[in-house]
Ligand binder design. Structure first.
Ligand SMILES: [Zn+2]
Length: 142
């Protein structure tokens, strides 16, 4: 399927129309079957705008998803960089470290980051320790 933006020369209406192919468009145009649905004029032209080719709807969608994913990934990467620069990595000891900061009132210059299970986070929250969960992309994914 191919989508063209058509423009009526008489009333300047612009509208989208679908055709099986560019050949089909030419055929319909030649036979003057192409009419403006607003004023009925046959002076309907394809605008110069590039037509959208949808040969495979699924691929089209996947491409969108991938570019969206890359966009999100970039944001996360920037976020990760900020965290790495400003927070201390404590790995799997996150829950322990978070508690020691909270209960010992240890003054740490840096915040901490690391991995924790959902259960850990829930328990920390119950104890009044705020922890933020963010999506994390391992570097090895590159
Ligand atoms: Zn018209």
């Amino acid at each position: 399927m191919i989508k063209y933006k058509l423009k009526c020369d008489d009333c300047e209406l612009v509208f989208d129309s679908w055709f099986a192919s560019s050949k089909e468009y030419e055929k319909i145009k030649k036979k003057n079957y192409l009419t403006c649905h607003n004023c009925g004029s046959q002076k309907v032209q394809k605008t110069l705008m590039a037509p959208k080719l949808i040969s495979n709807k699924k691929n089209h969608k996947n491409n969108l998803d991938i570019s969206k994913y890359n966009e999100v990934k970039k944001t996360i990467k920037n976020y990760q960089k900020f965290i790495k620069d400003n927070f201390k990595y404590v790995g799997k000891n996150f829950a322990y470290e978070a508690r020691s900061i909270h209960y010992d009132k240890k003054k740490k210059e840096k915040g901490i980051y690391g991995s924790a299970s959902k259960q850990d986070l829930k328990e920390l929250k119950d104890e009044g320790i705020e922890a933020q969960m963010i999506p994390w992309i391992e570097d090895k994914e590159n």
